[in-house]
Design a protein around this ligand. Structure first.
Ligand SMILES: *[C@@H]1O[C@H](CO)[C@@H](O)[C@H](O)[C@H]1NC(C)=O
Ligand SMILES: *[C@@H]1O[C@H](CO)[C@@H](O)[C@H](O)[C@H]1NC(C)=O
Ligand SMILES: *[C@@H]1O[C@H](CO)[C@@H](O)[C@H](O)[C@H]1NC(C)=O
Ligand SMILES: *[C@@H]1O[C@H](CO)[C@@H](O)[C@H](O)[C@H]1NC(C)=O
Length: 288
């Protein structure tokens, strides 16, 4: 996906060949993976979810990460469930699972089918509304996974946040990580967030900006995965991995060093999420 003249990457894995050059203008959705990561477990991420897509041949391949938010619902990124023209894909094209720190085989019996997809205005004109909720065919049991709660506070600069996913570990790779990985990043509201962002104006809106100076980053396949903060040792959901771009417009490396990344802020969508789940929003807030 490209926005304006900037080269950007949506952090979803695509079954198509990944374009490695910055002059490429194709709209192929690409994959994202954690850079500079460490192994993460389901003890830390009991809500971690994996999303597989059928690209038209009845074979499912891993495309995005997600988070279980209720035993029947997973939150992920809007671009994970839309085609390159922002058209919402059929729910029959997806299979999901929650509660495994390793990637499942696409034929694993534990995978649930998806019966309904909810989006909230995600379109070519409003790509910042990059969020979707998937309804599962049967509930994820308490023995399998535990839903995550939502972060209820204002997002300040330098808030320590962690991002996790099954994405690639090197930009340009098309192979997701078999093991869940996590890395620490921090929130930013520097001028660069405005300069490189699409409709970003502050971390109180639909997007959270993060500037990496060390190379810690999310990448293809991490899309839709959790951005979390820790409250009393519990990981709570702050955002959903969305997209990133290199600050050097001549560079085609869209994850890692010198990259600026944007996350969909889940708090912005809280009342909508609660209405999809059919619960009072207070019920899904973290109150640790
Ligand atoms: C860029 O990549 C595309 C797809 O891989 C290829 O068709 C094209 O020739 C490349 N362009 C340049 C300038 O290298
Ligand atoms: C930015 O947001 C405005 C209003 O919400 C919308 O009209 C415009 O198309 C958006 N631009 C982009 C590039 O998303
Ligand atoms: C980068 O991530 C590693 C763990 O993956 C962490 O130890 C390190 O502190 C992080 N660096 C910054 C600047 O956050
Ligand atoms: C903005 O990005 C440039 C280029 O990477 C960097 O040198 C500069 O320190 C950044 N500005 C801030 C305020 O972080």
């Amino acid at each position: 996906m490209k926005f304006s003249t900037l080269s950007t990457v949506f952090m979803a894995i695509s079954a198509t060949v990944f374009a490695q050059n910055s002059t490429d203008t194709s709209d192929d959705v690409v994959i994202a993976n954690i850079i500079n990561g460490k192994a993460a477990s389901t003890v830390q991420y009991p809500f971690i979810s994996q999303i597989f897509r059928d690209f038209g041949n009845k074979q499912f391949s891993f495309i995005c990460t997600g988070s279980l938010i209720d035993q029947n619902y997973i939150v992920t990124a809007g671009h994970c469930v839309n085609d390159e023209n922002y058209k919402l894909l059929g729910s029959n094209l997806f299979k999901v699972y929650a509660g495994s720190e390793t990637l499942l085989s696409p034929t694993d019996k534990r995978l649930r089918t998806v019966t309904k997809i909810y989006t909230h205005g995600y379109s070519s004109k409003t790509p910042e509304l990059d969020i979707a909720i998937l309804k599962l065919s049967s509930p994820i049991t308490a023995a399998e996974a535990t839903p995550v709660k939502f972060y209820a506070y204002k997002i300040n600069d330098n808030l320590p946040v962690e991002v996790a996913g099954f994405g690639v570990t090197n930009y340009g790779s098309n192979t997701p990580s078999n093991q869940l990985l996590k890395t620490l990043i921090s929130v930013s509201s520097s001028q660069n967030c405005t300069d490189y962002g699409v409709n970003w104006s502050s971390n109180s809106g639909p997007q959270i900006c993060s500037e990496s100076y060390t190379g810690n980053d999310s990448c293809q396949g991490d899309s839709g995965g959790p951005l979390v903060a820790k409250i009393n040792g519990n990981r709570v959901l702050v955002g959903v991995t969305s997209w990133g771009t290199n600050k050097d417009s001549n560079s085609n490396v869209l994850c890692g060093e010198n990259v600026i990344a944007y996350y969909t802020r889940s708090g912005y969508f809280l009342t909508w999420i609660a209405s999809v789940l059919g619960v009072d929003y207070k019920k899904i807030l973290a109150t640790y």
